[in-house]
Design a protein around this ligand. Structure first.
Ligand code: ADP
Length: 446
C-alpha cells in the first residue's frame, strides 16, 4: 500500500468524527467565550433565544472547521519510545568468534555487545554506553550515524597519535534481524555491526618494505652511475690515455665488486627470510665452526694489523642449526670487529656454556674488540637494513649495511638472541646466545 492510500485508509468515518471532536476540543476557549457572550445578550439585551442558538451553532461549526487538523496517531509505536533490543545469543557467539574487536550497537549507536578482542585491544566497554565513549574520531562517528540512519555499509580509516601512533580501519554495516524487527518501524536498522582492524603493524611493514626497495635501488644506483661515468670518459676524453684507462678500470672493478657484494647480501637475506619459519636442526660443533671463522679471517686481520685471539673450550660445543649460516653470523661479527674495531689491535672470539636461573643450558659466543666503540643511540638500530653508524667508513671497508640484518635473521631462525654492549672509546662486545644441542634434543622428545 502506498503512503497516500495508507493515509486514506486511516481516515475512515470513525476517524472523521474523532478529528471533529479533537478540533472542537482544541478551539474550546474561543467557542465558550462566544457562547457566554450570546447567553449574556439573551438575558440582558433580550436577544431572541432562537437567534442566539443559531449563532452558537455557527460558532461551534466554524471553530471546528477552521482549527488545523491534528495528525492521527497510528497503532505503530513511536521510534523514541521503543524499548532497547538486545542481540541474540547466536549473534553474540558469531561476533565472539571473530579475532578483531567487534561491537554490536543498536540503531542509535548504543553498545549492545562487544567481543573479548575489544577488551584486549581497545580496553573494556560497558553495554548500554554510547560507542562514542570508546571510539571518538569524528569521521568514524559521522559514518556510524549514516549507517545507523539506514545508509549503506562504510569502511573508514583514522589514525591516533596518543599514547602511540596507531592506524585503525573500521567496517560499519547494518544488521536486519527479523525477530528484533517485529512490531517496530522507522529507518533505523535493528543493529549496527562495527569491526575494527588495527592496521599499525601492517602499515609499518609496508613502509619498511617500501623503504627497503628504495634503499636497495639507491645503493645499486650509486656504483652503477659511477661505472657509466667512467665508460663515457674512457670512450671520450680519455680514449687515448693508457694511464687514465688503467686507473679508471681499477675504480670500475671496485664499483662492480660493490654491486656484486650488495646483490650477494640481498640474495642471502631473501633466502634466509624464505626459510624463516623452519628451525634448522643439524648438530653443529661451535668450537670447530669458530676455529674455522678465525682461520678464514686471519689474512684480513693481518692486513688491518689485528690479532685474533680464541677463547674456546677444548671439547665440542654442540648446538642445533645450519652450520653455513652460523659460520656466516660469526664471520660477519668478526669481520666487523676487525674493520670497525681494529684500532684496538686485537679481537677475541670466545664461547662458553651458560645456565641461567636453573634454565636449560645455552651456548654464549662473544666477539669482542677494543676499538672506538659505538655510541648508545646507534646500538638499537644496528640490525636495521642499510643502517650504518658512519656511511663513508662502511663504504671504505666494503660494507653493504646488511651484515647485521643478516645476522639478526639467521639468529631468529635459530631461536637465538643477539646482545650488543659498547662503550665509546672502550670497544664493543657482540654476544650471541644459542640453545645447546642437548637441550633442543630433550625439548623435541617431550
Ligand atoms: P656494514 O656492511 O656497513 O658493515 P653491518 O650491518 O655489518 O653493515 O654493520 C652496521 C654498522 O654497524 C656498520 O656500518 C658500523 O658502523 C657498525 N658496527 C658494526 N660492528 C661494529 C663494531 N664492532 N665496532 C664499531 N661499529 C660497528
Amino acid at each position: 500500500m502506498s503512503g497516500v492510500d495508507d493515509q486514506m485508509g486511516r481516515n475512515g468515518p470513525d476517524n472523521e468524527v474523532k478529528q471533529f471532536a479533537r478540533r472542537l476540543f482544541d478551539a474550546r476557549w474561543p467557542v465558550l467565550t462566544a457562547i457566554a457572550v450570546l447567553a449574556a445578550a439573551v438575558f440582558t439585551a433580550g436577544l431572541p433565544l432562537g437567534f442566539a442558538a443559531t449563532g452558537a451553532a455557527l460558532v461551534v461549526l466554524s471553530a471546528a472547521m477552521l482549527q488545523p487538523r491534528r495528525p492521527v496517531e497510528t497503532a505503530a509505536p513511536k521510534e523514541e519510545k521503543r524499548s532497547p533490543v538486545w542481540p541474540s545469543t547466536s549473534m553474540k557467539s558469531v561476533v565472539e568468534a571473530l579475532p578483531q574487536p567487534c561491537f554490536i550497537t543498536d540503531g542509535r549507536g548504543i553498545v549492545r555487545y562487544a567481543n573479548a578482542a575489544v577488551d584486549q585491544e581497545l580496553g573494556a566497554v560497558r553495554p548500554g554506553d554510547p560507542l562514542s565513549f570508546k571510539l571518538r574520531m569524528p569521521s568514524f562517528l559521522e559514518a556510524l550515524d549514516r549507517v545507523a540512519a539506514g545508509k549503506p555499509a562504510e569502511r573508514i580509516r583514522w589514525s591516533e597519535k596518543v599514547p602511540t601512533e596507531r592506524l585503525f580501519e573500521a567496517y560499519i554495516t547494518s544488521l536486519e534481524v527479523p525477530s528484533a524487527r517485529r512490531g517496530r518501524a522507522g529507518p533505523h536498522p535493528d543493529f549496527v555491526l562495527v569491526v575494527v582492524h588495527d592496521l599499525t603493524e601492517q602499515h609499518r611493514l609496508e613502509r619498511m618494505r617500501a623503504d627497503f626497495v628504495a634503499n636497495a635501488s639507491h645503493e645499486l644506483r650509486t656504483p652503477l652511475a659511477s661505472l657509466t661515468g667512467f665508460i663515457d670518459t674512457l670512450q671520450g676524453p680519455a680514449k687515448d690515455d693508457p694511464n687514465a684507462r688503467e686507473r679508471f678500470l681499477g675504480i670500475m672493478r671496485d664499483q662492480a665488486g660493490r654491486m656484486a657484494r650488495l646483490i650477494d647480501d640481498l640474495l642471502s637475506l631473501s633466502r634466509i627470510e624464505m626459510r624463516a619459519h623452519v628451525r634448522p636442526t643439524d648438530p653443529v660443533d661451535m668450537t670447530a665452526a669458530l676455529t674455522h671463522v678465525a682461520d678464514a679471517l686471519t689474512p684480513l686481520a693481518e692486513e688491518n694489523g689485528v690479532v685474533i685471539e680464541k677463547e674456546l673450550p677444548a671439547d665440542p660445543l654442540i648446538v642445533r642449526g645450519d652450520r653455513d649460516e652460523l659460520v656466516q653470523v660469526f664471520e660477519n661479527l668478526t669481520e666487523n670487529a676487525i674493520k670497525y674495531g681494529g684500532s684496538g689491535g686485537r679481537v677475541r672470539i670466545g664461547a662458553r656454556r651458560v645456565r641461567e636461573n636453573g634454565g636449560p643450558e645455552r651456548i654464549a659466543v662473544s666477539v669482542r674488540d677494543w676499538g672506538q666503540g659505538i655510541a648508545e643511540e646507534h646500538v638499537p638500530r644496528l640490525t636495521e637494513r642499510f643502517y650504518r653508524v658512519d656511511v663513508v667508513t662502511s663504504r671504505e671497508q666494503k660494507g653493504t649495511g646488511l651484515g647485521l640484518a643478516i645476522v639478526k635473521h639467521i639468529l631468529a631462525r635459530h631461536r637465538g638472541r643477539l646482545a650488543v654492549e659498547s662503550e665509546p672509546g672502550e670497544g664493543s662486545t657482540f654476544t650471541v646466545w644459542l640453545d645447546s644441542g642437548e637441550s633442543v634434543a630433550k625439548d623435541s622428545n617431550e
